[in-house]
Write a protein that binds this ligand. Structure first.
Ligand SMILES: O=C(CO)COP(=O)(O)O
Length: 261
């Protein structure tokens, strides 16, 4: 059965090496015991800093948590000092890779073209790209949908032209809600995620899951119900207890009659 809820975490550059491994072991423990896993309808992934990927893969071995990178390069090999290929990530056992986060656009001037090339490289290497999209300034839900559809299509079009039709996750992250005190309102998130999912389903070959990120934490999933495909978590997943609380909410949501019919 296809997952009905996706819960991803990016640790960004917050944790040290040992801290990442310790957090991963604690989360692995929580996941192993959690009843939501038996439902088999949650998709879980974690993006640590690059040097911690091997240890994080080890920590999550035997669990349903996939590990991936926060970024990758668009070529598979060559003279590209400091970069990391999708080929190596795949070889190591990664299943996912984050592409085009707003912080990479802001601090590293990543362009739409580079994001599209990275998306293509991810799909070429059988990695599920988690493509970050979302408006820079507050706007209406209708405007946010238009911008997000445009960004998603730009990222995916070259891959689709090459016949690379693998699954992709669209992480809708309004840039003004990243690193904020609280997320966007549940009404706004629900409207944009639903609108976006409907528009992306129109021409897609592969599955296109839409999840929300931007100061997401415990409580949000319950407010959103099935209006989002899941959450992309940042700071508010740092406490293992908060992560467990979100898994509890996912469990309740998946058992609700609306999801059972
Ligand atoms: O950018 C995010 C996830 O990649 C969200 O981060 P915060 O939840 O810390 O705002």
């Amino acid at each position: 059965m296809k997952p009905q809820l996706t819960l991803g975490v990016s640790l960004k550059m917050y944790f040290g090496y040992q801290q990442t491994l310790e957090w991963s072991r604690q989360i692995a423990d929580i996941v192993r015991r959690h009843p939501v896993i038996r439902e088999g309808q949650v998709e879980l992934f974690v993006f640590p800093s690059l040097p911690a990927i091997a240890g994080t893969l080890e920590a999550f071995r035997g669990t349903s948590v996939s590990v991936g990178a926060q970024n990758m390069f668009w070529e598979d090999a060559g003279a590209y000092t400091g970069e990391v290929s999708g080929t190596m990530l795949r070889e190591m056992g990664c299943g996912y890779v984050e592409i085009g986060h707003a912080e990479r656009r802001r601090y590293f001037s990543e362009t739409d073209k580079q994001i599209a090339d990275k998306t293509t490289a991810a799909l070429r290497n059988a990695l599920i790209p988690v493509i970050c999209i979302g408006e820079a300034q507050r706007c209406t839900a209708a405007q946010a949908i238009e911008q997000a559809v445009d960004q998603a299509q730009q990222a995916l079009a070259p891959a689709e032209k090459q016949g690379l039709h693998g699954d992709a996750i669209l992480a809708y992250e309004p840039q003004w809600a990243i690193g904020a005190k609280e997320p966007a309102s549940a009404d706004f998130i629900g409207e944009v995620c639903e609108g976006l999912a409907a528009r992306l389903a129109e021409n897609a070959h592969g599955a296109r899951r839409v999840i929300y990120g931007g100061s997401a934490g415990p409580g949000l999933l319950t407010q959103l119900g099935s209006r989002t495909g899941g959450l992309f978590l940042g700071r508010f997943s740092h406490q293992p207890a908060a992560y467990k609380a979100i898994l509890d909410e996912a469990f309740t949501l998946l058992l609700s009659p609306a999801n059972r019919s």
